[in-house]
Design a protein around this ligand. Structure first.
Ligand SMILES: [Fe+2]
Length: 508
């Protein structure tokens, strides 16, 4: 491997390599990533793992130095920041560098060097000055990437979209046992590859899931292409967990052991600004705020960690009286107040509320026509949903848009409060979860008829690219006809948008 630029000089001077390492082992097998941008910096991430399939990624139990540099050009002719970080075995030899002192609205390139090798180059952007004029923001929302049910082709397509950022709404890994996707998911899905090892419950188990997932070059390309905002949903820990409740009703103390291990592993593998849980003593809180000039004010929420347990025992069912209990929380009081303050004082034309679970209260109808709601969504938390809608109504001007994941289907919905449309919700399908899917799930025509606020739905895999300008918001539903076949092309199944000051989605 040829080393060039400043990193080469530093790496060549080390003279010390861990004894347990085989010479020539490439430590950047899990790629690089950037995230959580500010106006003057961002986090850059990597994890040393020359043999990801092995315990500790093939690394010894000792700290290892990692050099990093950031340049204002992709050839690294103008290096604007550099330094040396330490990859600790306690954090799976992951590195989170908080790069500072950069220019607002800047485009940068970064890379790492360690153990005599150099990483691939990643691209990152700082946020623009909040007082600046921003003509356009283009971002993708994606997530739900069950490794066993499809190839990550959608991530390779997303890497080519020239995005200002990617929002990951969670389900980066799935905690299911190996080979059980077919029984658990709502639709039978062919399994095209297998997780190594069974259902994770310990830190090392979860690390192994991330390592295997991150070996995907398509995923690495998507991470290297732009800066991400990473949040987690349920499958980073366990299906439909909330707060200290798991799905099986385990004693909370026991579940917390698992949750803390899972979220520790999430932290170790994401380009996030949180303190390591091992240092802070609490789970990482993926709540974020970011602003693009006067154009876009983004709130990235956490709808798992502080939520009340699902009313009436979870599962799809009619709404029970408990769904109207005033004490029900989706965000928790602190996060709710934070969001209310952020929306009330919004200086931007558009507010993005990026979060995990569906807000529009869709009645999915049972086969015999009875009401059926997803109790693991805002539909089952009516009082909390009304408070969210009141916050949106309290915005000074412009529009709010909600962007959501979790459903493994594309949806375009208007959100109705006190009998009028107050915002719209764009739900992105999955990267792979549930397999190839279909143009429209069986029975969705009836669902649309029963829920007139649903404007469109589609059940292919992919992601949503949204383009935000001072005049309009347009979301493009990018899909592929299959994920169990390699190299499928992506195309736009539909585009839905809203003009500034208007209410209600229209097809573009
Ligand atoms: Fe999912």
């Amino acid at each position: 491997m040829i080393l060039i630029g400043g990193i080469a000089a530093v790496a060549a001077n080390w003279g010390h390599l861990p004894k347990a390492l085989r010479p020539g082992a490439y430590p950047f097998r899990l790629g690089v990533a950037s995230g959580d941008p500010l106006t003057t910096g961002f986090i850059i991430w990597t994890r040393l793992a020359p043999r990801p399939e092995e315990q500790r990624g093939g690394m010894p139990s000792e700290p290892v130095a990692v050099d990093w540099e950031v340049a204002s050009d992709d050839a690294f002719r103008t290096v604007v920041a550099r330094g040396r970080a330490t990859a600790f075995p306690e954090l799976a030899h992951s590195v989170h560098v908080d790069v500072q002192g950069l220019q607002p609205g800047g485009h940068y390139w970064y890379r790492f060097a360690s153990m005599g090798e150099q990483s691939e180059t990643g691209k990152a952007q700082t946020l623009p000055d909040p007082r600046s004029h921003v003509a356009r923001v283009r971002f993708a929302a994606l997530g739900c990437q069950h490794y066993e049910t499809g190839y990550y082709t959608a991530l390779r397509h997303a890497a080519e979209e020239e995005l200002d950022f990617i929002y990951h709404f969670g389900d980066y890994i799935y905690e299911y046992d190996v080979g059980i996707g077919m029984e658990v998911f709502r639709q039978p899905a062919a399994l095209i590859r297998r997780y190594r090892g069974g259902a994770p419950s310990t830190l090392e188990d979860y690390r192994q899931r991330y390592a295997q997932t991150k070996e995907s070059l398509s995923l690495q390309k998507a991470h290297a292409s732009t800066t991400w905002f990473c949040t987690y949903d349920d499958h980073e820990v366990q299906n439909n967990w909330v707060s200290d409740h798991d799905q099986g009703g385990s004693p909370p103390d026991m579940f917390l052991l698992r949750r803390n291990a899972a979220l520790q592993a999430w932290y170790e593998h994401m380009p996030v600004r949180d303190m390591p849980p091992i240092v802070s003593g609490r789970p990482p809180d993926c709540r974020r705020h970011a602003q693009w000039g006067g154009l876009l004010n983004a709130h990235f929420l956490n709808t798992r960690l502080y939520r009340s347990d699902q009313p009436c025992g979870d599962g799809p069912k009619p709404l029970c009286p408990e769904t109207r209990a005033p004490a029900l929380q989706v965000l928790g009081k602190t996060q709710e107040e934070w969001l209310a303050d952020g929306l009330k004082a919004s200086p931007c034309t558009w507010d993005l509320i990026a979060q995990q679970i569906m807000v529009a209260p869709v009645d999915f109808l049972s086969d015999d026509g009875d009401a059926r709601y997803n109790m693991d969504s805002w539909a089952a938390y009516e009082t909390a949903r009304n408070r969210l809608f009141d916050m949106i109504e309290a915005r000074p001007s412009g529009n709010a848009m909600i962007v959501t994941g979790d459903m493994h289907e594309n949806w375009a919905c208007d959100l109705i409060h006190k009998e009028r449309v107050i915002a719209s919700e764009i739900v992105s399908t999955s990267i792979t979860s549930d397999g190839d899917g279909s143009v429209m799930q069986v029975g969705r025509d009836k669902v649309m008829k029963a829920n007139p606020f649903v404007k469109w739905t589609n059940s292919r895999r992919g992601y949503v690219v949204s383009e935000v300008t001072p005049d309009a918001w347009v979301s493009h539903y990018r899909v592929m006809d299959a994920v169990t076949t390699r190299n499928m092309p992506a195309y736009t199944a539909a585009s839905w948008g809203v003009g500034v000051g208007e209410r209600g989605l229209r097809r573009i």
